[in-house]
Write a new protein. Structure first.
Length: 159
C-alpha cells in the first residue's frame, strides 16, 4: 500500500508542478524561436537542468508529443511557407529550417504533409495564391500522425 506523503510535501507539490510547467514552456518557446538552429533534446534538457529522458516524458505528458516531434513539426510548418513562396529549392528549404539531412527532412515532410516536398512545392503555388499568409498557414498546417489516424478513422466510418 502506498503511503501518503507528509503534509509539507503535499503543500510543496503544486509549486513544483508550476515550476515544471514553466520549464516545459521555456523549452517549447525556445523550440518555437530557434527551430532553425541545431537543437537536440539533450541540449534542451541541459538548458532547464533536467535529464533528457525526464524532459521527454514531461513534454509528452504536457503537450501530447515528444520535444523532437514538436521541433520537426515547427520546421515542417516553416518549410511549407518557404516552399509556397517558390523561390527556394527543396534542399535550400531543408537547410534553412535547421534540418541537416535532406533524406530525414523529406521523409518527415511526407509523413506530416502527405506528399513529398517537391510535389508540395509544385501544388502549393496555385493552392495558396492570393490567400493571406495567416490563412494559408492554418489551411496548409501539417497533420500530426495521431491526428491523421483519427481523420482516417472518421473517413472510413463515414463511407
Amino acid at each position: 500500500m502506498r503511503e501518503t506523503p507528509p503534509a509539507a510535501d503535499r503543500r510543496q507539490r503544486p509549486t513544483a508542478d508550476l515550476r515544471d510547467l514553466a520549464r516545459l514552456r521555456r523549452v517549447r518557446d525556445r523550440i518555437d524561436r530557434e527551430y532553425a538552429q541545431p537543437l537536440d533534446v539533450e541540449a534542451l534538457a541541459r538548458a532547464v537542468h533536467i535529464s533528457a529522458g525526464h524532459l521527454s516524458r514531461q513534454f509528452r505528458q504536457a503537450y501530447g508529443e515528444s520535444p523532437y516531434s514538436y521541433l520537426m513539426t515547427r520546421r515542417i510548418e516553416r518549410a511549407k511557407a518557404l516552399l509556397r513562396r517558390g523561390d527556394m529549392s527543396v534542399t535550400e528549404v531543408c537547410f534553412a529550417v535547421g534540418c541537416s539531412s535532406l533524406g530525414t527532412f523529406s521523409t518527415r515532410f511526407t509523413e506530416l504533409v502527405g506528399v513529398a516536398p517537391s510535389i508540395y512545392r509544385q501544388q502549393a503555388s496555385g493552392e495558396a495564391a492570393g490567400m493571406p499568409s495567416c490563412v494559408a498557414k492554418q489551411v496548409t498546417r501539417p497533420i500530426r500522425n495521431r491526428e491523421a489516424q483519427v481523420t482516417a478513422a472518421r473517413l472510413a466510418s463515414s463511407s
